[in-house]
Design a protein around this ligand. Structure first.
Ligand code: NCD
Length: 326
């Protein structure tokens, strides 16, 4: 794809070669992300961050990634402080802000809202989560992490077995990651969830039609036995009609050290999670007793968000070739 001036709304936009391109630039960005090298390639550029849903990692890592490249950031994280409370439409808001900024990053609770945003302005937009829809940059950093954790090249990921656990119906990061992995060959997907929270059927059919295999179960240990990589997700309680409805699934899948070791034996099976993990009593998807385990990749994974997002900014704003050390 042509990244220059492009919006990133869905993984559907990518071919395998595009993902390889992003990853090779992300690898170069690592030393800039760690400030071993410095650059000001985005000096004068402004990122507009619009978050209509809670966020810690995504919002702040987008901000820091833009700043590490020398750009400035303005953030709106409280709908209550905008003219939307006076009745302004999302489209008008985005059209105005798109005229001010060089790039917008938007998170919105409604699936499909990001498409509406992209139609409202020529300014490039990155989807940082649209309801239960997609979260493409999270999936990119998840796959980038899988590559690093498994110490494989992109081509060696063909044939890998991934076990995804939890609220697969509502988890937008899981949806984007399934689509992204589907660009590879012969991926073996193991989906572990309650019956009512299974991966959407359209996604399942799509991956099967691309020649991948899928196995669905409610049993965590069975899923662990089959895993080369483990991807845990949080119960997306904000997507349920009522808190009571979500309540019945709370704490259904809690990965403790004992269960992990029982399932994977002596193999190194990296544990990923887009985060946040829910720490409330009786809930935690990944127990604290795994905090010091070498396979727990969640903090390294979150760290990878910076170089990955720097690479996307550089491609969209067309400064990748002028990167140079100060
Ligand atoms: C995820 C999200 O917002 O979709 N978080 C993130 O961006 N890293 C996952 C979640 O909230 O459970």
């Amino acid at each position: 794809m042509n990244f220059k001036g492009a919006s990133i709304l869905s993984i559907d936009q990518f071919e395998k070669v595009d993902v390889e391109h992003i990853f090779s630039l992300a690898a170069i960005m690592e030393s800039y992300a760690e400030r071993k090298k410095r650059t000001r390639v985005l000096e004068g550029a402004v990122l507009g961050n619009l978050f209509f849903e809670p966020s810690t990692r995504s919002r702040i890592s987008f901000e820091i990634a833009f700043q590490r490249l020398g750009g400035a950031v303005t953030t709106m994280a409280e709908r209550a402080t905008t003219s939307m409370v006076k009745g302004e439409s999302l489209e008008d808001t985005v059209r105005i802000l798109g005229g001010y900024a060089d790039l917008l990053v938007i998170r919105h609770p409604q699936e499909g809202a990001l498409k509406r945003c992209a139609q409202a302005t020529p300014c490039p937009i990155i989807n940082s989560g649209d309801g239960a829809g997609e979260h493409p940059t999270q999936a990119l950093l998840d796959l980038y992490t899988i590559l690093k954790e498994c110490k494989r090249t992109f081509h060696q990921l063909d044939g890998i077995s991934i076990t995804m656990v939890g609220d697969l119906k509502h988890s937008r990061t899981a949806h984007s990651l399934v689509k992204l992995l589907s660009l590879l060959k012969n991926i073996r997907f193991n989906f572990i969830s309650a019956e009512a929270l299974r991966i959407p059927r359209e996604l399942l059919e799509e991956l099967l039609s691309r020649g991948h295999s899928a196995y669905e179960t409610t049993d965590l240990v069975q899923g662990l036995r089959r895993a080369d990589v483990l991807y845990m997700t949080r119960l997306q309680e904000e997507r349920f009609a009522t808190p009571q409805e979500a309540e019945q699934y709370r704490g259904a899948y809690c990965l403790k050290r004992e269960i992990y070791e029982k399932g994977v034996g002596s193999r190194f099976v990296p544990i990923l999670h887009p985060l946040p993990r829910d720490h409330r009593f009786g809930v935690c998807e990944i127990d604290q007793d795994l905090n010091e385990h070498a396979a727990l990749a969640i903090f390294r994974q979150a760290q990878n968000g910076i170089p990955l997002r720097m690479a996307l900014f550089a491609l969209i704003l067309d400064v990748a070739t002028s990167l140079r050390a100060f």
